[in-house]
Design a binder for this molecule. Structure first.
Ligand code: HEM
Ligand code: NAG
Ligand code: NAG
Length: 315
């Protein structure tokens, strides 16, 4: 019995080692040597023309990875016979950047047809976006393949919501193999980008752990009824710079989303928030490692999945 358990446990270790060993930073070195520079040029240009695009591309990778792994599923369009993830609550009227992904994909299809996956484009574009806005860099693991399916219901159930309390946020991330500390580091993504009034209305009108001058100024563009899609920056101080001011905001009760402020509300993650608020070096290092780990969530490799020629459709 003990030896059966031991060999069963070793096989599990072996299987998980092989699964992550299938991604490699040099995956396209010979099959498409210009893949990374092509993605980088397109992302740099897109962010130069609209800084928010860096935030939007980063978020696409997150919303891809949290729904059945990093498999490009979020990119699939709905058709009369197929329901994708774009109309899920966390995505509808909210996720963006699909045109930039299309541009990158068409350039890569000219350069090396059917080689570079849409899922890998999202992983590299997320890294290049963070770098373009002044954040840390990391080595992106590659070799993910694209799904032939998507799941609206999993997008609704597995992507965390802005109404979540701390324990629900921790659970959403531990369900994906990410620690509470990694959840705090990854939430630092909210140092860039915008949120709609509907995502933070209850916080600015009904919560007391919010800086009162911030709440007052947000109300001018987010009425108690109407204006659901009016935008405000997630980080009011430096909305287009990837820095640690998100955490400085939290210690000053200036988190925009209810979920943001939950990370600094007297619970177990206060100490990490304080640490990141005083050291961008520590935040950058932990963010970079956590992004690699998020990018490793259940990739399709080997004979699973496909390399889509158009990120919006299965082949
Ligand atoms: C911790 C749980 C999280 C919750 C509850 C959450 C929720 C949200 C919400 C509600 C918005 C605004 C959407 C809208 O109003 O249209 C948003 C925006 C954003 N989120 Fe998160 N998020 C979380 C974690 C993350 C993570 C892990 C990342 C990336 C690794 C991320 C990246 C972003 C970015 C960059 C934006 C701005 C997008 C843009 O301007 O287009 N978020 N998030
Ligand atoms: C957090 O939210 C969950 C789910 O809504 C709820 O069951 C739980 O009681 C809440 N925990 C706290 C500490 O408020
Ligand atoms: C604030 O809370 C009250 C009482 O729970 C609720 O009726 C109202 O809709 C809330 N307002 C917002 C803007 O969420």
């Amino acid at each position: 019995m003990a030896s059966f358990f031991f060999s069963f446990a070793s096989s599990l270790i072996l299987i998980s080692a092989v699964a992550s060993a299938q991604l490699s930073s040099t995956y396209y070195s010979s099959s498409c040597p210009k893949a990374l520079s092509t993605i980088n040029s397109a992302v740099t240009a897109a962010v130069a023309s609209e800084k928010r695009m860096g935030a939007s591309l980063l978020r696409l990778h997150f919303h891809d990875c949290f729904v059945n792994g990093c498999d490009g599923s979020i990119l699939l369009d709905d058709t009369s016979s197929f329901t994708g993830e774009k109309t899920a609550n966390p995505n509808a009227n909210s996720v963006r950047g699909f045109d930039v992904v299309d541009t990158i994909k068409s350039q890569l299809e000219s350069l090396c047809p059917k080689v570079v996956s849409c899922a890998d484009i999202l992983a590299v574009a997320a890294r290049d976006s963070v770098v373009a806005l002044g954040g840390p860099t990391w080595t992106v693991q590659l070799g993910r393949r694209d799904s032939t399916t998507a799941s609206l219901s999993t997008a609704n159930s597995d992507i965390p919501q802005p109404t979540f309390n701390l324990s629900a946020l921790i659970t959403a991330f531990t369900n994906k193999g990410l620690t509470s500390k990694e959840m705090v580091a990854l939430s630092g993504s909210h140092t860039i980008g915008q949120a709609r009034c509907t995502s933070f209305r209850a916080r600015i009108y009904n919560e007391t752990n919010i800086d009162s001058s911030l709440a007052t100024s947000l109300k001018s563009n987010c009425p108690s009824t109407g204006g659901d899609n009016n935008l405000s920056p997630l980080d009011a101080s430096t909305p287009t710079v990837f820095d640690n001011s998100y955490y400085k905001n939290l210690v000053n009760q200036k988190g925009l989303l209810h979920s943001d402020q939950q990370l600094y509300s007297g619970g177990s993650t206060d100490s990490e928030v304080t640490s990141y608020s005083t050291s961008s070096t520590t935040f950058f290092a932990d963010f970079a490692s956590a992004m690699v780990k998020m990018g490793n969530i259940s990739p399709l490799t080997g004979t699973n999945g496909e390399i889509r020629t158009n990120c919006r459709k299965v082949n």
